[in-house]
Design a protein around this ligand. Structure first.
Ligand SMILES: [Zn+2]
Length: 337
């Protein structure tokens, strides 16, 4: 153990005691795309004892430019991101307990995740989920780190409940869908992913070690225009989340069954009351209308120009449309209830 972490233990502010403390810590990473794979890679190699990795998506070729835990083999195998990441991380450091979760973050699931972790790292691509994370972390007094990257710039900020500004202090209103650029419209360079993840994963170590050097600023970095900025954001009196403990997003989440999930794809959920889909049976039914293949984690079918990916909990990602109604009807027609 000492040999594996010797270069980190040599660093004074961590030392042997700090290393042992990291080994007893849990970090939960929400999202396992660009930021999530680099964060998970850094924290796993650094010896954070337990890593929970949550992601709802599967791997595609266009992810490989920046999502460092995946390769061409994972694309060909149709493996969900959380599963492929866990496989890779276990080969990197078998001392770390890796818990992959192939799911969407909804209000129902997040409370238990947050209660059982020491820190949450945001690696999502949408504000809706970030506001849910913010509510849950303030409710259970857990630190979390907001991070986002787009094009050649990125931002990261530590949120220490009751001590620093929260996400709603910083951004009181959730940006309307379509008003902010996304990776699907503006692209993203892998260098900014590494830079922002490097900052956020180091802040995570500091937070886990209760270092006095934990940043209290919002940090903004643009690698193309060579600009960086630190903004000190004050807590807002009357903030609905961290001051009044009115957890609007946590209470409301779970109600939306359909959400946009990247370019030209819609996610559809269906309530199975905890039941699991029988892929063999579903594949049998779909073979008459399109091509089907499945593994333990997902079933993929090409029908009518749509690529339908179904997970065991009946959640599906319908590729080939941006229209929620169309996606719902494709789901109803081929997956049913
Ligand atoms: Zn606040």
């Amino acid at each position: 153990m000492l040999d594996r972490y010797s270069r980190q233990i040599l660093f004074g502010p961590i030392g042997k005691g700090g290393q042992e403390q990291l080994g007893r810590s849990t970090a939960t990473i929400i999202g396992c795309g660009a930021l999530g794979t680099v964060l998970a890679n850094n924290l796993c190699r650094a010896g954070v004892g337990r890593l929970v990795i949550v992601d709802r998506d599967y791997i595609e070729t266009n992810n490989l430019q920046r999502q460092i835990l995946f390769d061409e083999d994972d694309v060909a195998r149709h493996v969900p991101k959380a599963i492929a990441a866990a496989e890779r991380l276990r080969r990197i450091n078998s001392d770390v307990q890796i818990e992959p979760l192939v799911d969407d973050v909804t209000a129902d699931g997040i409370e238990s995740l947050v209660r059982e972790t020491d820190i949450v790292l945001d690696a999502t691509d949408n504000f809706e989920t970030r506001y849910i994370i913010n509510d849950a972390c303030i409710k259970y007094q857990r630190p979390w780190i907001y991070s986002g990257v787009i094009a050649a710039y990125g931002v990261t900020m530590n949120i220490l409940p009751g001590r620093t500004a929260c996400l709603r202090c910083a951004f009181p209103e959730i940006p309307l869908p379509g008003t902010t650029p996304t990776c699907d419209t503006a692209g993203v360079l892998n260098g900014i992913v590494g830079a922002i993840s490097g900052i956020a994963s180091t802040e995570a170590l500091k937070i886990l070690l209760k270092s006095p050097r934990v940043s209290r600023d919002l940090y903004w970095l643009d690698l193309w225009d060579n600009i960086s900025e630190r903004l000190e954001l004050p807590r807002q009196p009357g903030c609905p989340a961290c001051d009044e403990h009115d957890f609007t997003f946590l209470d409301a989440a779970g109600s939306s069954s359909t959400s946009l999930c990247g370019h030209n794809a819609i996610q559809v959920r269906s309530d199975t009351r905890g039941g699991r889909l029988d892929f063999a049976l579903l594949a049998e039914r779909l073979r008459g209308v399109g091509t089907v293949n499945y593994n333990d984690y997902l079933l993929r079918s090409l029908i009518d120009g749509y690529e339908i990916t179904v997970f065991p909990d009946a959640r599906a990602i319908i590729k080939g449309t941006n229209d929620e109604q169309v996606a719902r009807s494709v789901y109803a027609r081929y997956i049913g209830q």
